[in-house]
Design a protein around this ligand. Structure first.
Ligand SMILES: Nc1nc2c(ncn2[C@@H]2O[C@H](COP(=O)(O)OP(=O)(O)OP(=O)(O)O)[C@@H](O)[C@H]2O)c(=O)[nH]1
Ligand SMILES: [Mg+2]
Length: 447
């Protein structure tokens, strides 16, 4: 998610050679300036950051350690602004969140992503209110998004935004919902009509949070429109959507500082798990290449069942990991979101994230074929692929639309992977794994 930024940061840090002199510090600052500018960070933000890093490093004594310390604390300072971080629950439920923004900015998608985050990770009772009654398709879009989710959708095409919000809040209070997310209509440009409608909804909803959703690709315009919404309606948080596009990430570095409202979430993908909390301390850790284990642990805690994980480890150790386990693992991996974002949270693995790129666990052809193959096997065969004779293999191949050679290859790969996993789970396994990662990652990690 922050690949460009992280890589250029690490590049800058790695180039720093300190001999306790001012010339070295100047060089390091120049390197930093280049990397920030390349990531499209606003020049005023860059200037301010460099000035404080320089004076702090000088005050504490020029050297790599003091430089990094100053950089870390100043980055954190720049990314932090008065207000809540991540998702904050109101002291008296339900927490009411009003989602606002220009047309097509990603409000509806982000509403769905937030609901997913709150139900899957935080185990909350969530209601979504469709207060965008401009387009009939808007309600249908929310129906589709929430179809597989454990979320209540309140929608009525024949109502008005004001009326439906009122009714929904009554229901939420009576039925003890934890969070109410209100999706509103967008407009192409900021106009009085949009602002008036939002003001009306705001009055009725009396929200705890007003999230301004803005397309990260719009760059500096994102900062400007956020400022306008802040002045006219009042916002308590910014959500940057479409961060997976060409955006180099610079806007995320400056927006909180420039608008004076904290950046709360970042959306990077069209799927529901593709949303991350923006917590400055954790982000800085990632930018400095130290990973973000806290977020990773939060993300996995509710998805990976501890007991199951232990059983699985035992199976792997005994070399008994079979196709049934494989399918189950694939399903839980899907809930974690993109592989790339997971990798970037692991210390030292940021470089690998780039190589893995957009490997899509759900849609890659390879995975689809393997799944088709496994689903044609009997339960016994999945547990023990050795049972498959040539006749069965031929049938399976035909069923999954593969050649028999391909089937043999998959079976062999699986067997080898099982062997390797068994080895790695034994003594010294971690070291071997790191060695492997290093080899796989060389070329990808900037030096
Ligand atoms: N790649 C990517 N696409 C996104 C992201 N968020 C939203 N989109 C896409 O952007 C388009 C618009 O998103 P919506 O959520 O419908 O935007 P909206 O603000 O509700 O739009 P209106 O209701 O028409 O104002 C959709 O095609 C989404 O799939 C994201 O983080 N990454
Ligand atoms: Mg919408």
């Amino acid at each position: 998610m922050f690949d460009t930024l992280t890589n250029s940061f690490k590049g800058a840090i790695n180039k720093i050679r300190f001999y306790d002199d001012e010339k070295a510090l100047k060089k390091a600052l120049a390197e930093l300036k280049k990397s920030l500018s390349n990531a499209d960070v606003h020049h005023k933000v860059v200037k301010e950051l460099l000035a404080t890093v320089e004076s702090e490093t000088k005050a504490n004594g020029i050297g790599k350690e003091n430089f990094l310390k100053a950089l870390q604390s100043d980055l954190e300072r720049i990314l932090t602004t008065k207000g809540n971080q991540g998702f904050v629950f109101a002291s008296k439920p339900p927490t009411v969140v009003l989602m606002i923004g220009l047309q097509g900015s990603g409000k509806t998608t982000t509403t769905g992503k937030l609901a997913y985050f709150l139900t899957e990770q935080k185990k909350k009772k969530v209601m979504i209110v469709a207060a965008d009654l401009q387009r009939l398709a808007a309600v249908e879009q929310l129906r589709q998004i929430t179809a597989d989710m454990n979320v209540t959708l309140v929608a009525d095409e024949n109502s008005t935004p004001k009326k439906i919000v009122k009714e929904a809040l009554k229901k939420a209070e009576k039925e003890l919902y934890d969070v109410v997310l209100i999706d509103t209509a967008g407009r192409l440009a900021i106009d009085d009509e949009l602002m008036d409608e939002l003001s009306t909804i705001k009055k009725v909803a009396n929200p705890d949070e007003l999230f301004y959703v803005v397309d990260a690709m719009t760059g500096m315009d994102a900062v400007r429109t956020a400022q306008t919404f802040k002045e006219k309606i009042g916002i308590t948080g910014v959500v940057l959507s479409k961060f997976d596009g060409d955006s180099k990430g610079g806007v995320a570095m400056g927006i909180a500082h420039q608008v004076g409202v904290p950046l709360r979430f970042i959306g990077a993908g069209e799927k529901m798990p593709d949303l991350e909390q923006f917590i400055p301390e954790r982000i800085v850790s990632r930018l400095m290449g130290a990973g973000d284990l806290e977020s990773l642990a939060e993300k996995t805690a509710n998805i990976i069942n501890e007991k199951k994980a232990k059983q699985l480890t035992q199976k792997i150790k005994k070399g008994k990991f079979n196709f049934n386990d494989f399918l189950e693992q694939m399903e839980s991996m899907k809930k974690l979101g993109s592989m790339k974002s997971i990798m970037s949270m692991i210390p030292g693995m940021g470089g690998m994230a780039k190589q893995i790129g957009d490997m899509d666990l759900e849609n890659s052809n390879e995975i689809k074929q393997i799944k088709a193959l496994i689903s044609s096997m009997t339960k016994k065969e999945r547990e023990n692929p050795e049972l498959l004779n040539n006749t069965r293999k031929r049938r399976l191949a035909a069923g999954a639309g593969l050649s028999q050679m391909h089937v043999n290859r998959v079976l062999k790969q699986f067997k080898n992977a099982g062997k390797m996993a068994k080895q790695l789970s034994g003594k010294g396994g971690m070291r071997q794994m790191q060695e492997m990662m290093k080899q796989a990652g060389s070329g990808g990690i900037p030096r």
